[in-house]
Design a protein around this ligand. Structure first.
Ligand SMILES: Cc1cc2nc3c(=O)[nH]c(=O)nc-3n(C[C@H](O)[C@H](O)[C@H](O)COP(=O)(O)OP(=O)(O)OC[C@H]3O[C@@H](n4cnc5c(N)ncnc54)[C@H](O)[C@@H]3O)c2cc1C
Length: 189
């Protein structure tokens, strides 16, 4: 198993709760390690190993290994499970925004919180956005949630909407529905 990130089998679902302090220990996010997967299942897991290309004719993948050396690995069967990336809007200043996908991402969020952030804007009112809104509010920040659709969480069934099943009372999180950011200005904090 080739994984370009630093961790394998971490608790994505716990990331917002670690950011918010409901999960106190970072270690609680890390469910398995390459060593534990080897001892339990005899799985050969290699982290910080990125697949760069596939050669179906020779049945090889090109990989960049830890340290940057590039080589190949042969296979009989190739299973692709590269997951998905957050959609990042192409707006000026977006490089100042953080995304939340893996443990490295949540480390950056927590570093921002520890450096004294007092407010947060969350773009995207899906479940992850709502969980982050709840958790950052739990941490005491002023939170504004911006969602393109007319409700949060964005769902076809309006009965499931946050308006009717509030995870966080409306007075605690500002919501901007039917809205999208157009820039991330570098304003002083
Ligand atoms: C913050 C957050 C909270 C979530 N909460 C929940 C929840 O409560 N309940 C729920 O059911 N789901 C939740 N999810 C969704 C769930 O985590 C995903 O559905 C699930 O992780 C998808 O699994 P996957 O294996 O398809 O992809 P991933 O878990 O993304 O795994 C794909 C892996 O492939 C690696 N990779 C990609 N390209 C390469 C490459 N070229 N070479 C090597 N490695 C590569 C990536 O680094 C990644 O580690 C949450 C997700 C997030 C981000």
């Amino acid at each position: 198993m080739l994984e370009r990130g630093e961790h394998v089998s971490f608790a994505n679902c716990g990331l917002p709760y670690y950011a918010g302090g409901s999960i106190g220990q970072r270690d609680a996010l890390l469910l398995q390690t390459p060593e534990s997967l080897w001892s339990r299942f005899r799985l050969d897991v290699r982290t910080r190993t990125e697949v760069l290309g596939v050669d179906r004719a020779t049945r090889e993948v090109t990989v960049r290994r830890p340290g940057g050396t590039v080589g190949t690995e042969g296979y009989d069967v190739l299973v692709l499970g590269p997951g998905a990336r957050p959609i990042v809007p192409e707006i000026p200043g977006v490089e100042r925004a953080l995304v939340l996908r893996d443990v490295s991402d949540v480390d950056r969020v927590v570093a921002g919180l520890r450096s004294g952030a007092r407010s947060a804007v969350i773009v995207g009112g899906g479940f992850i956005g709502v969980e982050m809104a709840e958790q950052l509010r739990h941490r005491g920040l002023d939170v504004t949630l911006v969602e393109l659709a007319d409700q949060v969480p964005r769902r076809d069934d309006k009965c499931l909407s946050w308006q009717q099943q509030p995870a966080v009372p409306e007075r605690e999180v500002s919501r901007r529905t039917g809205a999208e950011p157009t820039a991330v200005p570098g304003a002083p904090r």
